[in-house]
Unconditional design. Structure first.
Length: 169
């Protein structure tokens, strides 16, 4: 009965003010109210057009780039604005390219809009290239394009040492 009244927010607040022992039990309802809060997705971090970043960026959230980045970017959703220039590797679940990229792009979903300019390889699970997009490089489909960052180079290196002992023996 006491816990039922705590579920109703207006009633327990008055009871909590009167009884100092009651704050222990409202902690459980507060955690119940915290559960829906993480479901709300935070807004994307925006790097404005006058911002120039030198260095790598990594987040589990979303980024919208309007400025210039010289470095690698890893994110959940990465949106490259029309005024943006990225020089480095991009790794994201979803990549929407409206601006310029010089470097490798790795993504589960990669979309080049009509204003996109990409100079580099694209490794993807699904890709969409709109009419008018400028692209110079190779396109490769992989089931899991996010995990092969340097793995492609490691496989030939692993094969080379295997061949060397055979040549010696």
């Amino acid at each position: 009965m006491f816990s039922k009244s705590k579920i109703n927010e207006p009633g327990p607040k008055a009871a909590d003010a009167a009884k100092p022992a009651a704050p222990e039990t409202p902690a459980a309802p507060k955690s119940d109210f915290k559960a829906p809060a993480p479901k709300a997705k935070p807004p994307a971090s925006v790097l404005s057009s006058d911002l120039h970043v030198t260095g790598n960026m990594k987040t589990t959230g979303d980024i919208q780039v309007e400025g210039t980045v010289e470095g690698d970017i890893r994110a959940h959703l990465l949106t490259i604005g029309e005024t943006a220039t990225i020089k480095g590797e991009i790794v994201a679940d979803d990549v929407v390219i409206n601006g310029r990229i010089v470097g490798r792009v790795r993504g589960l979903k990669v979309r080049l809009t009509s204003t996109a300019r990409v100079e580099g390889d694209i490794i993807h699970k699904t890709i969409a290239i709109e009419s008018g997009a400028h692209f110079e490089g190779s396109v490769q489909r992989q089931d899991d394009p996010l995990t092969g960052g340097k793995g492609g180079a490691a496989k030939p290196a692993a094969a080379a040492p295997a061949a060397a002992p055979k040549a010696e023996g």
